[in-house]
Structure formats: structure tokens, C-alpha cells
Design a protein around this ligand. Structure first.
Ligand SMILES: Nc1ncnc2c1ncn2[C@@H]1O[C@H](COP(=O)(O)OP(=O)(O)OP(=O)(O)O)[C@@H](O)[C@H]1O
Ligand SMILES: Cc1ncc(C[n+]2csc(CCOP(=O)(O)O)c2C)c(N)n1
Ligand SMILES: [Mg+2]
Length: 290
């Protein structure tokens, strides 16, 4: 019998999505957000994302940090499109023996993330899981991006330069619970020649080939140029995942302006390689069904 561990997450999603009509969508499954064109005004962005105790956070993690992470992951996907968050719906699935103050803490973190980065809690859903089963928090959101400024994963071309915001590696030491979604950086890049963009959740080694494949090419990177967190080696920067930094492709002609005008209050931007007709092979990164 074939199991999920035999095929992996990407092949599973591809298989599930076969034979679904995509009517009415500007951009369907395969990007950080789905995009809907309402005909006029800003494009609408849709995203849903779940975290599970024992998979995305240790059961003993501070609940406010868990709440922050659940929301920040969705905001990070709006950032990856060049967009901004608007409304969020939060679903919690909790065992009956969960302390009430744990859920209070969770919502304190949710409130703090929305107050810091924008977005309005529009509702949600509360349900149970059997005692002993892990907590799940699922956040669905609607955001928007101005027409003409939306950046997909598929817009890159061979020769485009690759850059990342911030630093990579070692998120499990605590950053995976407290990162800042790169909303300002994403919108800025979208307005200055970004051809493709995504956020890094599964590690550069796993995510970069996804962006390259969507753009119909490969990628090469200069490992020595990767911006790493203190104490992290190149392998960690490539494969640890949950950096929630932006990976962006830019026309080579955009580089001087981008470097010159990159606001100093932003996370640093580092050029790390190129999209190429013949890419290199990448191994490692997060796989849910391993
Ligand atoms: N069960 C599913 N049914 C339909 N579409 C799915 C399903 N799971 C994922 N997708 C779609 O597949 C694409 C990749 O999903 P994934 O959750 O890996 O997004 P991501 O942006 O790559 O990761 P992250 O959410 O961690 O940033 C998205 O466009 C998503 O909408
Ligand atoms: C307890 C615990 N174990 C492992 C990890 C690391 N981790 C979990 S999911 C993921 C990839 C992104 O997830 P997704 O693909 O769902 O967006 C990574 C790197 C963690 N944060 N907590
Ligand atoms: Mg993403």
C-alpha cells in the first residue's frame, strides 16, 4: 500500500488538485496565496495555514508565542505576494483538558501580532480534539495587493538575480516562534522590479527549487554568500527552514537601484545567486511526511 511517506507533500498536493476547474481565479494553487481579481481596485489575496503541537511548536512553548506564529505565518505569505493583510479567521482545535489560561495566552499572541503588523480578526471556529491529541491552530486570511504589483512565484526568468531578506538557519532555537513577517520589504520589492517571490518556510534547499520550477528554470547559488545566523553553517542555512524570510528574483538591471535605495530600517537584503536555464540540484529541507 502506498503511503504519504512514499510520495511526499508536493506530489500529494499535485495529485489532490488534479481535475479541479480554476474558474474565476487570477492565480490558483501553487503560490504563497491564491489571487482573485474582483474586476477593479486591488487584487484579493487568500491564504490558509495551520500549525500543530509537536510539529510546529513544542507542547511546552509559551502560548502567546504560538499565537504570534500562527498569525505571522499567514502575514508572511501576504508579504511574499507584495501584499498586505486585511481580515483573518482563526480556528482552534483543543483538548478539553487544555488550561483556559493557555488559550488566553494564545489569543494575547494573536492580538499582539495583528496590532504590530496589521489585519483584523474577523471570526473563526472553536472545536475539540480528544484529550492527548495535539492542539491545532488554523488561520485563514484575506489580504490585498495593488494591481500591477502582485508578485508570483512564476514570473522569474533565467538570468534574474536571487536575493534573500534577513539571515537564514537555526530558527528552531526560538526564532520560528517570534519572527517578523517581511511585509514592508515585500511591498517595496514588488514595486521595484521583483519578478518572482516567495517566503522561506521549508528551507532554501526545498523552497528555491519550487520558485525556479514555477518560473520554468533552475537556480544556482553562491553558498559562501548566504547570510547566516550566528552559529549556523551553510547546511543549516539551506535546510533548517522556518526562516520566514523572503526569497526574491530581480531583473539584473534592478540591482543598483535596489541596493542604493534599500531602506536602512529593513532587514538586510543579500544577493545569493541567479535563476539559470541549467540549475543545480538541491537536497534537504522540511518534508512533512518523512
Ligand atoms: N490540501 C490542499 N488542498 C488544496 N490546495 C492545497 C492544499 N495544500 C496546499 N495547497 C496549495 O498548494 C500550494 C503550496 O502550499 P503550501 O502550504 O506548501 O504553501 P507555501 O506557501 O509553500 O508554504 P507556507 O504556507 O508554509 O508558506 C498553495 O498554493 C496551497 O494553496
Ligand atoms: C516541535 C517542532 N519540531 C520541528 C519544527 C521545525 N519545523 C516544523 S514545520 C517546518 C517547516 C514549515 O512548516 P510548513 O511546511 O507546515 O509551513 C519546520 C522547519 C518545529 N518548529 N517545531
Ligand atoms: Mg509561503
Amino acid at each position: 500500500m502506498k503511503r504519504l511517506s512514499d510520495i511526499g507533500e508536493d506530489a500529494l498536493i499535485e495529485r489532490l488538485l488534479r481535475d479541479f476547474p480554476q474558474g474565476g481565479l487570477h492565480t490558483g494553487p501553487g503560490d504563497d496565496c491564491a489571487v482573485v481579481d474582483p474586476g477593479r481596485g486591488r487584487l484579493r489575496l487568500l491564504k490558509t495555514d495551520a500549525i500543530v503541537g509537536g510539529v510546529h511548536f513544542e507542547p511546552g512553548a509559551p502560548p502567546a508565542k504560538v499565537g504570534w506564529k500562527a498569525v505571522a505565518r499567514v502575514l508572511s505569505d501576504f508579504a511574499a505576494m507584495g501584499g498586505q493583510p486585511e481580515f483573518l479567521m482563526v480556528t482552534v482545535a483543543l483538548p478539553a483538558d487544555t488550561p483556559v489560561r493557555w488559550v488566553d495566552g494564545l489569543y494575547r499572541g494573536i492580538r499582539k501580532c495583528l496590532a504590530t503588523h496589521g489585519g483584523v480578526l474577523a471570526g473563526g471556529e472553536t472545536t475539540s480534539v480528544p484529550n492527548g491529541a495535539p492542539v491545532m491552530i488554523s488561520v485563514a486570511g484575506e489580504g490585498s495587493v495593488s494591481r500591477g504589483q502582485v508578485v508570483l512565484r512564476s514570473g522569474g526568468r533565467s538570468g534574474d538575480l536571487l536575493a534573500v531578506t534577513g539571515r537564514l538557519g537555526g530558527s528552531i532555537g526560538g526564532r520560528h516562534l517570534s519572527f517578523s513577517p517581511r511585509l514592508a520589504e515585500g511591498a517595496w520589492l514588488a514595486g521595484r522590479g521583483a519578478t518572482a517571490m516567495m517566503d522561506l518556510s521549508d528551507g532554501l534547499a526545498k523552497d528555491l527549487p519550487r520558485l525556479a520550477k514555477a518560473s520554468g528554470c533552475g537556480a544556482v547559488i553562491r553558498r559562501d554568500d548566504l547570510p547566516r545566523h550566528r552559529g549556523c553553517d551553510v547546511r543549516q542555512a539551506m535546510t533548517d527552514g522556518e526562516d520566514y524570510e523572503l526569497l526574491v528574483a530581480l531583473k539584473p538591471s534592478a540591482r543598483p537601484t535596489v541596493e542604493k535605495h534599500w531602506p536602512k530600517e529593513f532587514a538586510p537584503l543579500t544577493f545569493i545567486g541567479e535563476l539559470a536555464e541549467e540549475g543545480e540540484a538541491f537536497a534537504g529541507g522540511w518534508e512533512h511526511f518523512q
